[in-house]
Design a protein around this ligand. Sequence first.
Ligand SMILES: Cc1ncc(COP(=O)(O)O)c(C=O)c1O
Length: 418
Amino acid sequence: MNISRLANTLEGSEIIKIAGEINELKRKGEQIANLTIGDFDANIYPIPDELKTGIVDAYKDNQTNYPPAEGVAVLRENVSAFLKERFGLEYNSKQILVAGGSRPLIYGTYMALIDPGDKVIFPTPSWNNNHYCRFTGAEQVPVITSADNNFMPKADDIRPHLKGATLLALCSPLNPTGTMFVKKDLEEICDLVIEENKSRSADEKPLYIMYDQIYSLLTFGNQFHYDPVSLRPELKDHVIYIDGISKCLAATGVRVGWAFGPEQVIDKMKTIVGHVGAWAPKPEQIATAKFLTQPVELNTFLTVFKAKVQKSLDALYQGIIQLKADGFAVDAINPMGAIYLTVKIDYIGKTAPEGEILKNSADVNFYLIREAKMGIVPFSAFGTNNSVNWFRASVGGCSLEDIQQMIPRMRLALSKLK
Ligand SMILES: Cc1ncc(COP(=O)(O)O)c(C=O)c1O
C-alpha cells in the first residue's frame, strides 16, 4: 500500500479481536463475564463524587480554552505536593508534565529519548512497549520473565542486555500480571543502571528508566509500592515516571495523566506532547488539582474502591484455586496490586467436544469464550510466545456476581476437554 513504512508495520491488537468475539456473543443476547478490558464499568466503579462535581463546576466556570502546554500550574503544584506527601519524592512543578492520560506521556518519553536503532529493554509480558518501540524505530529487547518471580524481572535477567541500551521500561504494579516489585529486586536493578551509567562516557547517551506507576495507589494488604528514586536518589536524573488518575481514581475516560523526571527531558516531552495536542482537558485538570488537595475524600474513595476490586480479585483467585484443588490444570498468582489476576490454564493440546484441538493459548481463550462465556486475555497479547499458558483476567469491567457465576461455567467447560 502507498502509506508510510511505519503504518505498514503496525499490528492490530489481539485484545480488540477478542473484544470483537465477545461483542458478537453479547449481540446474540449471551450473558458473558468480560474480564478482558483494563478498564472499569463506571456504574460499578464510578469516579469520586468530588471529582465529578469539580469537573462540572469547571465547565460552568467556562474553563474551556487551551490549557498551558505543560498543564495548568495549580495541577502541577498540587501533583508536586502529592508526590512529596505520598511517596516522599521531591519534584517541583517544572519537573512535572500533564497530558491527556498517561499514554501520550509514554509516547513522549520514547520520542524524547530514543533514536531509531536505540535499544529499549522491557520485561515480557508487559503492556504496549512493543508498540512504542515500533513508533520510534527502537530495537526491542524483550526480557522473558516467569511465574517463579511473579513475572517481574530480576537484575540477572536484565544484566546481559544493558550495554548500549538507552531505555529500560519498567512497571509496578504490573499490567498484565497484577504483581509488584519486591524491594530487593528493584534495588538490584537500580544498582545495575547506576553502574552502567558510571561506565559510559560523557558523549554517550545514558541509560534511562521509564517507571510506569499508574497503579501505585492500587495495592492490597501490606504490599508496599517501591520506586527507583526513593530507593536510589542518585538515579534522579535518569528516571522518568509515568502516573495519573486513570486507574487509581477509576477515571480512565477523564484523561488526566502526569509524568515527572529531569527537567531537560520533561521540557522536551512538553514540546512533543504539545505538537501532538495531547493535553488533558482544562476542566478535568482543574478538578483533579482540587481533588488532590482533599486527602480525606481521596483516602475514603481509595479504601472503598480498593476493597471492592480486591473482593472481586479474591473471588476469582479462590475460584481458580478451588478448581486446582479439584484436579483441574489451572493455577493463579495471589493478587498484589492493580486490577488483574494472573491465571494459568494449562489445556494447550487438549481436544474440544467438536474435535477441535486447542493448539495455542488463543485457541484455549476462544474455547473459553464460547463454552464458558468468559473473556480473558492470553499473555501472547502482551508479547509472550503463544505456547505460554498464562492469561490476564481484569476485574474492573465485571461485578462480583458475574465472577462468582462464571466459575462453575469454567469448571464445566474445562471438564469437557480431553
Ligand atoms: C501500565 C499502564 N500504563 C499506562 C496505561 C494507560 O493509561 P491512560 O489511560 O492514562 O492512558 C495503562 C492502561 O491500561 C496501563 O495499564
